[in-house]
Design a protein around this ligand. Structure first.
Ligand code: AMP
Length: 188
């Protein structure tokens, strides 16, 4: 039996990552772990985590590595992920989080990191259209700037380990999905 898939998907906010993740988990049967979704759920439930994350997210800042590494570490040890593999979405976001991931699943524990590449100009107009509660113009600008500063170095982190694949995120949903599946299947 082949080992369950363990993937990371990277991409600017508004790159179509969410839509493609839903399709990928349906296709491969892996578990979708989105740190953004986990944080939004915590806010809705009014947990202590939610209270701490709420203002940070509204401002378009990153939640602290300690908090994020804690919630992901706990989640990755659960049985469904051990059995079915995982598609990590929105994590890691910083080099510190990437180091933690390597500790958690081991060097060689990850199959692939996919960067879904969509130009900034396209992403901005998509995000405005999406109109989510935490998508104020200021927050969008801040997240895009943070992406360059904090997340782009991750591309180098993954590339240095031979794990990075760039996938063109422009085109129809179907076209992009086809490219993602080809990239993943080429690694299995
Ligand atoms: P997302 O749904 O991935 O766009 O995440 C929404 C917001 O949640 C981000 O703008 C951050 O404030 C926070 N967030 C999600 N994932 C992380 C992470 N890995 N590290 C820090 N903050 C995160």
């Amino acid at each position: 039996m082949t080992r369950p898939l363990r993937l990371v998907i990277l991409g600017r906010q508004g790159s179509g990552k969410g839509t493609q993740c839903a399709r990928l988990v349906a296709h491969y049967g892996t578990v979708h772990v989105s740190t953004g979704d986990m944080l939004r759920a915590a806010i809705t439930e009014g947990t202590q985590l939610g209270e701490r994350a709420d203002a940070v997210m509204k401002a378009g800042n990153l939640v602290s590595d300690d908090i994020i590494n804690g919630i992901v570490g706990e989640r990755l040890g659960q049985d469904d992920i051990l059995a079915r593999g995982v598609l990590l979405d929105g994590f890691p976001r910083t080099p510190n989080q990437a180091d933690r991931l390597e500790e958690l699943i081991g060097v060689g524990g990850l199959d692939l990191a996919i960067n879904l590449e969509v130009p900034v100009s396209v992403v901005k107009s998509r995000m405005v259209l999406r109109g989510r509660g935490d998508d104020t113009t200021e927050a969008i600008e801040r997240r895009l700037a943070l992406y360059v500063k904090e997340t782009a170095p991750l591309l180098e982190w993954f590339a240095a380990r031979g794990l990075l694949v760039e996938v063109d995120g422009l085109g129809s949903e179907e076209e992009v999905f086809g490219r993602l599946v080809s990239a993943i299947d080429a690694r299995r």
